[in-house]
Design a protein around this ligand. Structure first.
Ligand SMILES: [Zn+2]
Length: 268
């Protein structure tokens, strides 16, 4: 599932290839990915002939301005969420089609930016007014890669939920998904079901540091790496032992997501 590091990878892909280039063709192969109320013809009309400005990312959202700089957000602005299985793919020349390509933007260079998604979760929106972009951003917490330790602690203390649920809540901090959260909690030695508001300032500081470190390493790779020494390196193995202490790891649903933690390093 795309998390902040994956979406940052998509942002860089778009920034490196599409910025300033004219979109010559728009193919909506499956309008099921467009937000309700946005039909394929209106989408194509609004996008064709535009030159994307610098792509921005906030949490797991990618913002692609298509208008000029006379508006705050460069509207019309594409707002793209990658759901559970989505991604951007850049294709040069005459690359073969893929059955999960839902939207294809053809550029003057002959290359294509494709929104590929196995599922169809209406992840593509189009904001035609700055207020629509503000509405999205206002519903999200600060970006997990940018939030200060003080704000991070204050926001988590303000929730009544368990720490895992709070970290996954995009209105608390934006960008974290299941893998980043489990990795950060394991590094900070925090049990996923502890109440956020009961964590000490030291524990929250440790968690903020762990999250920052996980995100920096993952952003470099465009994904949360399945690396030796990481929880994510062994979470899908049949016999899972803690890379730090070799205890057998626990695995259970927490906050509705499969959670892996070490009962020895992360006491409840
Ligand atoms: Zn352990």
């Amino acid at each position: 599932m795309p998390e902040l590091p994956d979406v940052e990878g998509f942002r860089r892909l778009v920034a490196a290839n599409a910025t300033g280039r004219r979109i010559d063709s728009v193919v909506v192969a499956d309008s099921g990915v467009l937000e309700p109320g946005l039909d394929a013809d209106r989408f194509a009309r609004a996008v064709r002939g535009r030159r994307p400005g610098p792509a921005l990312r906030h949490g797991k959202w990618l913002l692609l301005p298509l208008g000029d700089s006379s508006s705050a957000h460069g509207v019309p602005c594409l707002l793209v969420h990658f759901g559970m299985t989505g991604g951007f793919v850049w294709c040069t020349g005459h690359a073969d089609g893929h059955r999960h390509d839902r939207i294809l933007l053809g550029f003057e260079s002959g290359s294509e930016l494709r929104y590929r998604d196995m599922r169809k979760l209406t992840g593509v929106r189009m904001a035609e007014a700055d207020s629509e972009v503000d509405e999205l951003l206002n519903a999200l917490g600060p970006d997990a890669a940018e939030v200060s330790a003080a704000e991070f602690a204050a926001r988590l203390r303000g929730t009544g939920s368990g720490i895992k649920a709070a970290l996954l809540d995009q209105s608390v901090v934006a960008g974290l998904g299941n893998l980043c959260v489990d990795e950060a909690l394991w590094r900070a030695r925090t049990h996923p079901r502890r109440k956020s508001r009961e964590l000490t300032a030291t524990e929250l500081g440790e968690l903020h540091r762990a999250m920052g470190s996980v995100l920096r390493s993952s952003v470099r790779e465009g994904r949360v790496p399945e690396r030796r020494g990481w929880l994510n390196g062994i979470r899908n193995e049949r016999s899972r032992r803690c890379p730090r202490c070799s205890a057998v790891l626990c695995r259970a649903a927490t906050a509705g997501r499969t959670t892996v933690w070490c009962p020895s390093c992360q006491p409840e």
